[in-house]
Design a protein. Structure first.
Length: 184
């Protein structure tokens, strides 16, 4: 289902917007979570971690230093843009727990609390709908013939997911504004 892909793309775009604004507004890195630095270079770190040959580790370390050293400082702003495609790598299937984990890449570890505060009694049903949407997409992708929805069901999914995205946008952008800078 395209709706699920749109949610995934939306979450990534919100993250990209934050990363771009951190760079363009010269946000100081001393307030960034260590998770942020890790996810900037995760692909290279994981390559080193998964290598046992010492000379290959050294080779990968030189590659890391040549390509990513500029990101690895706890002070000053980023001197180059953070590569969002690398930062976003690994985020897919936007179930709620994965979205929460994605925002934790920025150090936003109270996303669930903020979302629940804003959605109130609609929080659990909204999250369940998001998770159900991902499950439906997975069922369709695996050829399950019973994975069908009526137009009324689809409208309900769209309304709930739109609310989820709108509130996610509010809480994440507020957190970014209070912690770093405005992102929109």
């Amino acid at each position: 289902m395209l709706l699920c892909s749109h949610v995934e793309a939306y979450i990534k775009e919100v993250g990209e917007l934050a990363l771009d604004n951190f760079y363009s507004r010269a946000v100081q890195r001393d307030g960034f979570s260590l998770n942020t630095f890790y996810h900037i270079s995760k692909d290279l770190i994981d390559e080193m971690k998964d290598t046992s040959d010492h000379s290959k580790i050294a080779e990968k370390m030189f590659r890391f230093i040549e390509s990513d050293l500029t990101y690895w400082s706890r002070s000053g702003p980023f001197s180059v843009r953070v590569p969002s495609e690398r930062f976003n790598k690994g985020f897919s299937n936007p179930k709620f727990e994965k979205v929460k984990t994605y925002f934790n890449r920025f150090g936003y570890d109270v996303y669930r609390t903020d979302l629940f505060r804003k959605l109130g009694p609609h929080a659990n049903p909204t999250i369940n709908t998001l998770n159900h949407l991902v499950d439906i997409r997975n069922s369709i992708a695996h050829g399950d013939p019973s994975a069908t929805k009526t137009p009324a069901d689809i409208k309900e999914l769209i309304d709930s997911v739109s609310k989820f995205c709108r509130i996610t946008d509010e809480v994440f952008s507020t957190w970014c504004r209070l912690r770093f800078c405005t992102i929109k």
